[in-house]
Design a protein around this ligand. Sequence first.
Ligand SMILES: NC(=O)c1ccc[n+]([C@@H]2O[C@H](COP(=O)([O-])OP(=O)(O)OC[C@H]3O[C@@H](n4cnc5c(N)ncnc54)[C@H](OP(=O)(O)O)[C@@H]3O)[C@@H](O)[C@H]2O)c1
Length: 269
Amino acid sequence: MELGLDGKAVLVTGGSRGIGLETARLFAREGARVLICARRESVLAEAAEDIRKSTGRAVETCSMDVTNLEHTGRLPDVIRRTLGRIDILINNAGTGTYKPFLEVTDDELVYGMAINFFAQFRICQRVVPMMIAQGGGRIVNVSGETAIRVTEPPFLSSCTGPAKAAEVRFSKVLASELAPYGIRVNCVVPGLVFTPERFAKWEREMATRTLSPEEAAQTRDEWAANQGMRATRWGTPQELANVIVFAASDAASYVSGAVLVADGTQDTS
Ligand SMILES: NC(=O)c1ccc[n+]([C@@H]2O[C@H](COP(=O)([O-])OP(=O)(O)OC[C@H]3O[C@@H](n4cnc5c(N)ncnc54)[C@H](OP(=O)(O)O)[C@@H]3O)[C@@H](O)[C@H]2O)c1
């Protein structure tokens, strides 16, 4: 299968950890020129070194907060300076709030929309004019399974699910609106993927204490078994990276407006 990614210019938001890191690594392995962005410079530097060691390719980094309008406003300049152009945008940065509905603060509600849906919308507004000027491009928005299913217990998703659902809807609408410009837009929906920072956040909010490694593993297994997503096991960031990179590649040239659910199970609902 020809992915056609050699030399392509790619931006991966949230590219320093988890799914974003593995996505950036896979693009680099396929010969793409990659820019990763996230907030912490030290973690970005570690990620860039990690990718360089495993692929032999250098990646560009940019410290930015995707919820900060001034930072996202600088993106076109950063892209021009580091990559020169933009062929592929991976809107991956995002997170969840894992609390019962009545305990979600207004700040958490607003941040949930800001880091998930608003960031994807705003970054697309910054990057799409560059793609139009270049004659085309590909966008992959990373959502989450709380967008399409009610989890068990439901409070895992009362704050995050609606923001993730907006990403799915946004992707489908954008695919239609940008088709005349040769820009494909797809949405990838991960199920349960073990990324340590995300699980640590979940521990802080739900478990209210840090678990021992054994307790954490047991808790993860029980969670996977009991929650409404019916995954048979936790996915790996690499498995999600495979789907994201495919959606952005030439191999998916006839795929736009699709919602690619990668959750390790079949939807029998
Ligand atoms: N893991 C799962 O089970 C799962 C399930 C469903 C959906 N997803 C979705 O998949 C995507 C990636 O999740 P993940 O589990 O790989 O996340 P992760 O391991 O927590 O990594 C998040 C990445 O995003 C960056 N980031 C966080 N907040 C940011 C901000 N405000 N501005 C810029 N960068 C920011 C982080 O770096 P800094 O902290 O340094 O900024 C890091 O690079 C997210 O959209 C998430 O909602 C994940």
